[in-house]
Design a protein around this ligand. Structure first.
Ligand code: PSV
Ligand code: MN
Length: 429
């Protein structure tokens, strides 16, 4: 089922075909001189998928304000359709990661059927115990899975189990747990007891996982709790994943670290420990800014992929990370941001595939520092745009993502169908 007509995509591609052919051949010639087969890299890029966050197709905001765009999705079916546009043009985003109860739906089999008709499936499910829902018996103001009150913890556990059940109906096979639990004042929380309560609650959720499911534990250095966070870093996440068992692994959201933290090193450590669950890709300048992937620090994204490609190349056992975007699109059309972020993640992957692993091993073993550094730079500095475009073209996508999307008039069309959503203030008064 196509949301953007096949003719629109063909019309957008037509004037670019000749130039595309020659750019691809030129890059192919350059790579051949390095002993790299461009078609082999293209085949790997075509296999690569990054899941879309359902919450990413709506305009995001800060705690100060949100400025909604036109044609905001009204419900999960609208979100699914917007995700379908991203996938149709990029051919790189067949998975959708849902967030409950934001994406609550009375008929999950209908939702699953619609996704499948779009050639899509449901990736990891996310639970929300970081905000209170209408008619909820116990408040999460002072925590959820780690709350001092047993009934509040039980309610949060129950919600996670309901999310697993919804995910089972949707064909998902993973639950991502991120909690906002922590403290705002020194002394507010007994650190060790709060962590113990987390393990106790999380193990009840773990027990409810179907056999073929994984549980992704997502850490975050701060926010919404500003003084301390229970699962604040990969160390806490790793301790928890170990305590829970083999199905529990650590999810790395790129925005959830202190500035200057070496995220690629964390990735390498988790791979070595067999505990890398996967990623929430985004970029950041100050903290959890949820900026578009690679928009600020593309080299860092490349270095993360360098670790991933190295692990795959070396055949590390159990290495099977899940890839998702997690961004907040505050000032752009979310569909445009998601498309360019998916392409950016693919770009980093392709560039990492170009690194000469044999030469890098030799340079590392021989302490040839500059050559090692330059081998990485050589991959990163290669403009793989024609390769990405060719992969999309061959899969029925758009050579020029933005051009095609804008020519389709999709945003204006949905703006006419969907009532304008309210903007408004955030939490600051
Ligand atoms: C928290 O900052 C986070 O990264 C988690 O993944 C949430 O599920 C998501 O953002 C949406 O709030
Ligand atoms: Mn995240």
């Amino acid at each position: 089922m196509s949301i953007i007509s096949v003719d629109t995509i063909a019309a957008s591609n037509a004037p670019l075909l000749e130039q595309q052919k020659s750019d691809y051949a030129h890059l192919g010639g350059q790579l051949a001189r390095r002993g790299v087969d461009i078609d082999a890299i293209k085949a790997k890029v075509k296999q690569f998928a990054v899941a879309l966050p359902s919450w990413g197709v709506g305009t995001g905001g800060t705690r100060f304000a949100r400025f909604p765009g036109r044609g905001e999705p009204r419900h999960v079916f609208d979100k699914l359709q917007d995700c379908g546009v991203v996938h149709q043009l990029t051919r790189a985003t067949p998975g959708i990661s849902l967030h409950l109860p934001w994406d609550h739906c009375t008929d999950y089999s209908e939702l699953r059927g619609k996704a499948e008709a779009q050639g899509m499936y449901f990736d990891a499910m996310n639970s929300n115990t970081f905000s209170d829902q209408k008619d909820q018996a116990h408040s999460y103001k002072f925590g959820s899975l780690t709350h001092t009150d047993a009934s509040t913890r039980a309610q949060a556990v129950e919600h996670n189990i309901a999310v697993i059940e919804a995910g089972r109906q949707l064909g998902s096979n993973a639950l991502t747990v991120w909690i906002g639990d922590g403290s705002n004042f020194p002394g507010q929380q007994h650190f060790r007891r709060a962590f113990d309560r987390y393990i106790d609650s999380a193990s009840q959720i773990y027990k409810a996982l179907p056999d073929d499911w994984r549980m992704f534990l997502e850490h975050k250095i701060c926010e919404p709790a500003f003084y301390s966070t229970v699962i604040q870093d990969w160390g806490s996440s790793y301790l928890a994943a170990n305590a829970l068992g083999p199905k529990a692994q650590c999810l790395v959201d790129l925005g959830h670290h202190a500035p200057n933290v070496n995220i690629e090193l964390i990735v390498a450590r988790l791979i070595a420990a067999g505990k890398l669950a996967g990623f929430h890709f985004n970029d950041s300048k100050y903290g959890d800014d949820d900026l578009d992937a690679g928009s600020v620090a593309p080299y860092r994204l490349f270095l993360v992929f360098n670790e991933l490609v190295a692990a795959a190349h070396e055949g590390v056992t159990g290495f099977n990370p899940a890839y998702m975007l997690d961004q907040s699109h505050n000032v752009t059309d979310p569909i445009e941001s998601l498309m360019s972020s998916a392409a950016q993640v693919q770009r980093s992957y392709a560039q990492a595939l170009l690194v000469d692993r044999v030469a890098l091993d030799a340079a590392q073993d021989g302490n040839d520092v500059l050559v090692a550094a330059q081998l990485l730079k050589k991959g990163f500095e290669t403009d793989v745009t024609p390769l990405l475009q060719q992969a999309r073209l061959e899969e029925g996508g758009a050579i020029d993502l933005l051009g095609c999307y804008r020519a389709s008039g999709y945003r204006a069309k949905v703006a006419a169908e969907r009532p304008a959503s309210q903007g408004g203030g955030g939490g600051i008064v």
